[in-house]
Unconditional design. Structure first.
Length: 133
């Protein structure tokens, strides 16, 4: 019986030593790297950030931006089939063509000076990508 007690003690000590070794020897696994974020759609190219920065969705409805503004035309409807040049002009000279059912003068006339040419192009590209052709 004495041998069994000694053997049990040795096994208990060995188990305790292994547990201590596992916790102190850096037995923690390195966390798996986080998955890479999904790439932004190539068509957006940062244009949605320009949209948000300039508050376009506060007036315009535009499904591609999840915008529900009601003070200005829904861009998917008013710009349907329009080329990039028309969209660009609608941003920088909004009084030139007024969408039916909306009064003129609601959109600021100074977007050409508020954003860089590169930002304007990204915004145009973003809008054009979300408008049916």
């Amino acid at each position: 019986m004495r041998i069994a007690a000694v053997a049990a003690g040795v096994l208990a000590c060995a188990a305790a030593a292994m547990a201590v070794a596992a916790f102190t020897a850096g037995g923690e696994e390195e966390p798996a790297p986080a998955p890479a974020p999904a790439p932004a759609p190539a068509t957006a190219n940062g244009g949605e950030a320009v949209w948000v920065e300039h508050g376009c969705g506060s007036c315009h409805a535009f499904a591609a931006a999840s915008a529900t503004g009601q003070f200005a035309p829904d861009l998917a409807l008013s710009l349907k089939g329009m080329p990039a040049s028309y969209i660009r002009e609608s941003i920088v000279a909004p009084a030139k063509v007024i969408a039916p059912g909306y009064p003129g003068g609601g959109m600021p006339e100074d977007f050409a000076s508020r954003m860089s040419p590169a930002e304007l192009e990204r915004l145009v590209e973003f809008i054009r990508a979300g408008v049916p052709r």
